[in-house]
Write a protein that binds this ligand. Sequence first.
Ligand SMILES: [Zn+2]
Length: 486
Amino acid sequence: MPELTFTPVIGIEIHIRLKSDSKLFCSCSTNTDAAPNTNICPVCMGLPGTLPHLNHRVVEQGMLAGFALNCGIRPKSLFFRKSYFYPDLPKGHQISQCDLPITTSGYIEVHDAEGKLKKIRVHHLHLEEDVGSLHHSASDGRLEGADTSYVDYNRSGTPLAEIVSEPDVASAAEAVEYVMTLRRRVIYSGASDVELEKGMMRFDANVSMKCSDGRWGHKVEVKNMNSFKALERAIEYEIKRQKKIMLQGGEVMQETRHWNDAKGVTSASRVKEFYRKFIVEPDLPPLFISQEWIDRVAARMPEMPDVRANRYVNEWGVPQEVADVLTDDKNLADYFEACVKAGANPVRAAHWVRTEVLRVLNERGQKIQDFAMRPEVLAEVVKRVDDGKLSTTQGKEVFDHMAANNSSLDEAISALGITEGGVAGSALNEIIARVISENPDVLEEIRSGKDKKGKKLKFLQGLVMKETKGQAKPQEVAEAVAEAVK
Ligand SMILES: [Zn+2]
């Protein structure tokens, strides 16, 4: 009997808080960190006789997020009432676009197990309001000693985008890349800051398994993941759990399970989902979006981070890993590109920003916007190292001195007592090491004694002279190269 294989089939639902100063249907502040129940009004409390009023700025944020997911915008969408009772929902219903959302379908590209790009289709993005938050004394240190639950309605009515994928995700790794790529793109679009530690992005996953013997397991909805790590662990756990059941000939039950991050397990939800009655929200007209409005918002979209990273890789030869780091933060990518524009070699500049600039920023807990050294100045340091006027070690010393003292390049060079000009010493040695490492076959011939007439040695010496742009003494180069190949 052939060994059974299993293919995970995973769909992901994401809630993202959209960036807005005011709530979705009233003018209350969206500051959820304020003292409990201070940013509320009759509208977001759903008091009788109040009417919701749609915040058009949030509609634009939703459009931007949609563009970031390669979605189209529907000319007409609707709001619905999802009626259910829960203490964090004072109105007794949540207003959501669930059935006729603002966007059409889209996609996000991720790498599959073989490293090939594949599309994870996005079914749609819709707008909805968030609910309040509950604080239980047992889990919330703020209310130590109390055996009471408190409800804070500051979050009621803050704007959310819910993003629903098709079940195209085949592993926990793909799921994580999908949500990370999606998050970066949404941040770039300006639709949200998506600060994970502030709970601005929450995940649910639908996981089922297809067996090579033709069996399909039921779909299990896993809820309550608030970090990339939790999403990854929850999916891995669920894949293992379902596989085990199917290997034993059992049947995976269709159910909702909750991820327990502390224990690292999912468990069946004890709370039965309430029946949610959907009706078209009678207090809100359909949302009509003109082509002119769509075009105006679309014009605000910047180049997306993965597209940008691919450009660095394909046009400039920057390694993928470095390109990903640089484009993770739009301002950092802008800084790097300004460096290149100022004449620095793109690959070298990328490494300088990736290692030296980020190191200094991490040490200081700063962002690139706070970094005093202008990209044009860093470009000059990179160029001097590239020209061999400064060794890499000297370049780093100069860079550190400039960063620490806010000094100019010339000030740093004279403060460190570095004499520029002729290429010698460590700068020359670095060039020789580079030339040798780029010509391993030539080195091999010399070392194996095949270079009887010394032609290969001369070839290397010539390359080094060329790299120094004639700034080194030929005799010194000849001796240093001869020494280096021994
Ligand atoms: Zn309000």
